[in-house]
Design a protein around this ligand. Structure first.
Ligand code: SF4
Length: 441
């Protein structure tokens, strides 16, 4: 019997990417063939993002394109949580399901394109033990929880993805073990709020390889460090127990890297944003972390032009980034997201002011980033190779997460993606490094 052929479009953040991987793994186990073009697909699934209006627009465009090019479309993901919007715009869509609704989306596929008749056994063998991954073979995202218990005023994720639901530590470690066995050399730990891991369950103990492990970030990180691969932490909020991770970083058990979305430097704006841990004395914490782990790399994102942001607030933000000396920073101009509480806040900032603040912010941070990278010249660093060619390779250091941070350009031939090499930094700009290889492993 010919296979049932599915096309898949995956949009959005690493959390959505993990959802796509799970759906694709399940469909492949059931015998569906995943094809890379609209023409051969008998049905197309679009996994959407609805975080900000620009992402929504991109998702709507992708649904429209799939309908034009193929005609039989199932929509899932964050935008699917707001099904009225999809239905009213595209009534011909076959089904709409929300994020993490793996079963619902697979059931919808069954309804509109039944799986091949003998789908209950032989197809297991077509799926690698680690499942289908959309990342290159040498790194993978490991999602430790779904949902979020916070209510940041600019964000509608909790309405779309629901309250925090953590995975048992044993299940996370099992998945990590399978990924490492399949050749993964870097695990990127993700969640909406990584630091809150286990708090919804009361930090229960589960078993992995006969050993008890608590579903709590420090204990989980400690156990993950036993795999001997890079462990990188994303979406961390600076709760007090984050301090416990720094000694692990200083000992080389975790990458000395924290991705903490601070979003602003003014306490008043943070209060209006209803940010978790908004009142912590962040600058003092950063200083203390660097004392424990001098090589710590800090990545963050900020929003400029949030409603009511005064010149003084913005000055405080600039002062904050000057003092914090963060390594990697992303910045967004505030834009309203339909359904977010912040839409009701007074004091909308004119676009021209947002742009001017954004430009000033980026100029300030570019100089800081360049200074941080320049300090690395002459140092030996470990580089994980992402792409290799005849004359050189492109990789990343401990300071660089894939897609969002900088790269390390390495001279020389004979490298392969996934190689871990030692290299000496020779040059830097405000974003990337250039290095001479010393040895490879
Ligand atoms: S912590 Fe705030 S920004 Fe992040 S997902 Fe939760 S509500 Fe949204």
């Amino acid at each position: 019997m010919p296979a049932a052929r599915i096309g898949f479009v995956s949009l959005g953040c690493p959390k959505a990417l993990v959802d796509s991987e799970r759906i694709l793994t399940q469909l492949r186990v059931e015998g569906y063939e995943i094809v890379p073009d609209y023409a051969r697909a008998q049905l197309v699934i679009v996994n959407t993002c609805g975080f900000i209006d620009a992402a929504k627009a991109e998702s709507l465009e992708a649904i429209g394109e799939a309908l034009t090019e193929n005609g039989r479309v199932i929509v899932t993901g964050c935008l699917g949580a707001n099904r009225g919007e999809v239905d009213s715009r595209f009534p011909e869509v076959l089904a709409v399901t929300g994020p993490q609704a793996y079963e619902t989306v697979v059931n919808a596929v069954h309804r509109h394109l039944p799986p091949p008749a003998d789908s209950n056994g032989p197809f297991e063998a077509l799926v690698p033990p680690q499942g289908i991954k959309l990342t290159p073979r040498h790194y993978a995202y490991l999602k430790i929880s779904e949902g979020c218990n916070h209510r940041c005023s600019f964000c509608i994720i909790p309405t779309m993805r629901g309250r925090l639901v953590s995975r048992p530590a044993g299940a996370v470690l099992q998945e990590a073990e399978r990924l490492v066995a399949a050749g993964v050399r870097e695990l990127l730990i993700i969640a909406q709020d990584t630091s809150a891991y286990g708090s919804d369950l009361g930090y229960p103990i589960s078993f992995w390889n006969g050993r008890p492990v608590k579903a709590r970030l420090t204990e989980l990180c400690w156990a993950l460090s036993g795999f001997g691969v890079w462990i990188r932490l994303h979406y961390v909020y600076p709760y007090p127990h984050v301090d416990e991770l720094l000694p692990l970083m200083a000992e080389g058990k975790l990458l000395p890297y924290l991705d903490i979305p601070f979003q602003h430097g003014s306490p008043e704006v943070l209060k209006r944003m209803r940010r978790p841990a908004a009142t912590e004395d962040i600058l003092a914490r950063i200083q203390a972390w660097r004392e424990v782990c001098p090589d710590l790399n800090l990545r963050s994102t900020f929003i400029v032009g949030f409603p009511g942001e005064t010149d003084k607030d913005f000055e405080r933000l600039l002062q904050f980034i000057e003092l914090a000396q963060l390594d990697r920073v992303g910045c967004f101009q505030y834009s309203a997201v339909s359904g977010a509480a912040a839409n009701k806040l007074p004091g909308a900032i004119p676009d021209a002011v947002k742009q001017q603040r954004y430009d000033q912010f980026m100029r300030t941070q570019a100089a800081i980033s360049a200074g941080r990278l320049a300090r690395k010249i002459g140092r030996r660093i470990e580089v994980l190779i992402d792409e290799a060619g005849g004359n050189g390779a492109i990789g990343r250091s401990a300071a660089d997460a894939p897609e969002i941070d900088g790269r390390v350009f390495v001279d020389g031939a004979g490298f392969q993606a996934g190689d871990m090499i030692q290299a000496v930094v020779e040059r830097a700009d405000h974003y990337d490094l250039w290095a001479r290889p010393e040895s490879s492993q």
